[in-house]
Design a protein around this ligand. Structure first.
Ligand code: AFP
Length: 336
């Protein structure tokens, strides 16, 4: 049977009353922008888009040309559509206001336009991550405070992986589904409905080079996995680390595993590397909708009350039973 298109899937979700027309059109606009990013990435060196932009973002990280380009593509595609009250990005210090010449909608869009961009110059998968929130009632010109909503209030979350094929993985709160870009047709077609993360796993993803900086419960958890069959867990574990969150999370959605970016003591001013609002929250919504779990090590990610737009957070996500063990060790160490 021919796979259904993203457009058909979204219309069916609208008919079932799970999304409204504005959210459907907003997702279509984001998907269209991602096709354009995929096209630019696909050109590689021939498109003159590789390398550094010579600028930095709010996190003090060097921006790649493709970070800047992807951000502009998403911004340009979304500001005139009439579905947004505002949007915010990893690459911009402050949220962007919708110009007055365009109609405004009542959704807020947050995104990381090109996650894993330090991989772009070596031709390894990168991606876009996005999260959609309601703009609070009565607010027409949203400020930062209006974006600071718990992840549990997200109405949609998704990511694309620009890899051997371009994939879009999406949830509107009714399961997590995968769409593959048909490059000839130019449309996303559903290739997996209702993705399910196995509850148990023998695979973990973590940047082991930070091991000496980790807190004790983290060291203990990973030491047990490394001990394999001869250790307390009684089974051998394998390790994978792409250093593109989208690719690591996609592997976990496909065959299980855990992805951990813990807090470490290398720079105590940073409670982790990853960003809550446009990395951890959308990924956590997607993972929970696929039967997995996601925590900060101490609490459910989607229950964290954000305090800043670019806030960092420790991330533990993936196969439920493993996340439960890692989280338990952290809670015990914290005396909870
Ligand atoms: P970049 O976008 O700077 O490449 O960072 C990618 C990322 O935020 C996430 O996608 C990876 O999982 C993680 O950082 C990789 O971190 P390490 O550089 O510590 O391996």
């Amino acid at each position: 049977m021919k796979p259904i298109s993203l457009t058909r899937y979204l219309i069916e979700e609208q008919r079932a009353g799970r999304i409204n027309a504005d959210l459907r059109l907003l997702i279509e606009v984001v998907a269209r922008a991602c096709k354009s990013i995929s096209h630019s990435i696909g050109k590689g060196a021939l498109g003159g888009v590789l390398g550094d932009a010579g600028t930095g973002n709010i996190q003090g990280e060097a921006q790649k040309k493709l970070d800047v380009l992807s951000n502009e593509i998403l911004l340009e595609a979304n500001e005139w559509g009439g579905h947004l009250a505002g949007c915010a990005s990893e690459e911009m210090d402050d949220p962007v206001k919708i110009p007055n010449v365009y109609p405004k909608g009542n959704f807020l869009l947050l995104y990381d336009p090109l996650d894993g961009s330090s991989n772009i110059d070596v031709n390894i998968s990168v991606g876009t991550i996005f999260s959609v929130l309601h703009c609070p009632d009565g607010v027409t010109d949203p400020e930062v405070e209006h974006y600071l909503q718990k992840g549990s209030t997200q109405v949609c979350a998704g990511y694309t992986v620009y890899g051997p094929s371009t994939l879009l993985v999406l949830t509107v709160g009714n399961g997590t589904h995968e769409f593959t870009l048909d490059r000839e047709l130019g449309s996303f077609l559903m290739t997996k409905r209702g993705m399910k993360i196995p509850e148990d796993t023998k695979e973990f993803a973590i940047n082991m080079s930070n091991q000496r900086h980790w807190e004790e419960p983290m060291k203990k958890y990973i030491a047990e996995l490394l001990a394999g069959k001869t250790g307390p867990r009684g089974k051998d574990f394998n390790m994978r680390w792409v250093a593109s969150m989208v690719a690591d999370v996609h592997r976990i959605l496909t065959r299980g595993g855990v992805f951990i970016y813990p807090k470490d003591l290398k720079d105590t001013s940073k409670p982790g590397k990853l960003r809550l609002m446009y990395e951890a929250n959308p990924m956590s919504f997607i993972v929970e909708q696929a039967g997995g779990a996601s925590t900060t090590g101490l609490q459910r990610m989607l229950d964290v009350q954000p305090t800043a737009l670019h806030q960092r957070v420790p991330v533990f996500l993936g196969s439920k039973n493993e996340i439960e063990v890692a989280t338990r060790y952290h809670l015990e160490a914290a005396g909870k």
